[in-house]
Design a protein around this ligand. Structure first.
Ligand SMILES: [Zn+2]
Length: 188
């Protein structure tokens, strides 16, 4: 939303500074201001690029609590204690032994775990989940729904499982797509 400067003469009086001329437009200062979900998406994207060890798909998540300003970051990766065997990371054949999907914990699971550890159940809080990728049905049933999250933003949705949208409708969760930031993430 554009800032409202209708009272800026009054504000200048209040501050004891000269009233701005009407030709002075302050708006360009704010033109580069990024809305919170888009800013969080950029953070999640950067976090995944910097932290995820997955050689192909860097997935980032952030739970943001508007009330406190607290944010909780997550990225896709093995559980701590699991060595980063390249042969496991490289095995993308679902159904074969030791394929990477059996070992990777999803970004949203990691972010939500941190958020609920500190804030408890999130229902009724002004809290959003922002993801670089569309959430899978498992993360919906195991993490997003139980945590009480009602607003989810995502960027990529090339691999969108329709069950996710069904679950979101049943549980009253808003799924909103954002335009990905400049850094594109690689696809698995
Ligand atoms: Zn998932």
């Amino acid at each position: 939303m554009d800032p409202d400067f209708t009272n800026r003469a009054d504000i200048a009086d209040l501050l004891g500074i000269p009233r701005p001329r009407t030709s002075v437009c302050l708006y360009p200062i704010y033109r580069s201001r990024v809305e919170i979900p888009e800013a969080l998406l950029a953070l999640a994207t950067q976090w995944a690029q910097d932290r995820s060890k997955d050689p192909r798909t860097k997935v980032g998540a952030v739970v943001y609590d508007y009330e406190t300003g607290a944010s909780f970051m997550g990225y896709n990766g093995f559980n701590s204690g699991m060595p980063d065997f390249q042969v496991v990371w490289d095995n993308r054949e679902r159904g074969t032994p030791n394929n990477k999907y059996r070992f990777v914990r999803h970004a949203e699971a990691n972010a939500i775990e941190k958020a609920t550890k500190l804030l408890g159940h999130l229902h009724g809080r002004n809290t959003v989940l922002v993801l670089t990728h569309y959430p899978c049905p498992d993360c919906m049933t195991d993490h997003i729904i139980p945590a009480g999250i009602k607003v989810v933003f995502f960027a990529e949705h090339h691999d969108a499982n329709p069950t996710t949208a069904t679950l979101a409708a049943i549980h009253g969760i808003a799924l909103n797509q954002l335009t990905p930031p400049r850094t594109a993430t690689e696809q698995a």
